[in-house]
Design a protein around this ligand. Structure first.
Ligand code: GUN
Length: 282
């Protein structure tokens, strides 16, 4: 069996078209969703992510601003800027690109962002709301995965979801989101023993470990759904955490890298910013 390939890129384009129409409607009511992205330093990978976020928001007709700060920016200065953005009524979404330089306490910055403008969904208040099953901003990559599964008509309720990775950005929140959808969730990570015993038992396997080719066809069961969140550069080529060629022969559905989960992350950021703008004007 060769798997059905779930192209996040295609779905992202459909969703962004719907969002463009929504932004046009909102602007008729005088609501102009605005995202401000803050980046410190010039790391090429971060810069490329951030430019992608800005381009995408402009494409759907949203207002967007990129604040490029020096790598040496003191923590106090960044906190002052966040405070100004919190108080600026024209700004609906604030995203500070991570990771941050070493002089800055990342958690302090995350907690400084007003939860009602936290379109990343990283603030402990929003993480807590997700955990308690309340409406909130869901972190963009996990939310993108959920939307992909739903649009591909993959049943989640009662299914065994195995996640490799336990980051605050992806592993933990995707587990929580799918638990809220009534999945049975297993979290694996770098200290998990006998990883294959777990991955073999997955109906849906989500790999967010940051290790190229960690999972191969041998690690999955016939008919499993495989979601690859990895973004690795090997010999200059972008590759995921899953060996696509061997896994696609056993999976029922699989996401590629690139053109899989990545484009959905930015799309859900746009979704969250529109949601923030609508909430404020309710
Ligand atoms: N760095 C890598 N991914 C992300 C993300 O989704 N949000 C932020 N703020 N930083 C990131």
């Amino acid at each position: 069996m060769s798997a059905e390939i779930i192209y996040g890129k295609q779905l992202a384009e459909e969703l962004r078209q719907e969002m463009k129409e929504e932004v046009t409607e909102l602007s008729k009511q005088g609501i102009h969703p605005k995202l401000v992205v803050v980046i410190l330093g010039e790391d090429p990978a971060s810069m490329s992510y951030v430019k992608g976020k800005q381009r995408a928001s402009e494409k759907v007709g949203m207002d967007s601003e990129l604040m490029e700060l020096s790598e040496e920016t003191p923590e106090s200065e960044l906190l002052t800027i966040i405070n100004q953005l919190n108080n600026d009524e024209t700004v609906h979404g604030i995203l500070v690109q991570l990771p941050l330089p070493k002089q800055i306490d990342e958690q302090k910055v995350i907690e400084a962002i007003d939860p009602s403008k936290d379109v990343d969904g990283f603030h402990p208040s929003n993480a807590g709301r997700l955990m308690t099953g309340q409406e909130t901003f869901y972190p963009c990559t996990p939310y993108g995965i959920l939307v992909m599964l739903k649009r591909a008509h993959i049943d989640i309720e009662g299914k065994h979801v195995v996640i490799i990775g336990r980051s605050n950005l992806v592993g933990k929140p995707v587990g929580q989101l799918l638990l809220n959808e009534h999945a049975t969730v297993t979290h694996c990570h770098s200290r998990t023993k006998n990883l294959r015993e777990h991955t073999k038992r997955a109906d849906i396997l989500i790999v967010a470990a940051g290790k190229a080719d960690l999972v191969t066809g041998e690690d999955i069961s016939e008919g499993a759904v495989v979601i690859d969140v990895g973004v690795n550069r090997v010999d200059g080529k972008l590759t995921g955490d899953v060996d696509f060629e061997s896994a696609k022969e056993k999976a029922s559905h699989i996401t590629p890298v690139p053109k899989g989960v990545g484009p959905m992350t930015i799309t859900m950021l746009l979704h969250n910013t529109i949601k923030a703008a609508k909430w404020i004007h309710q």
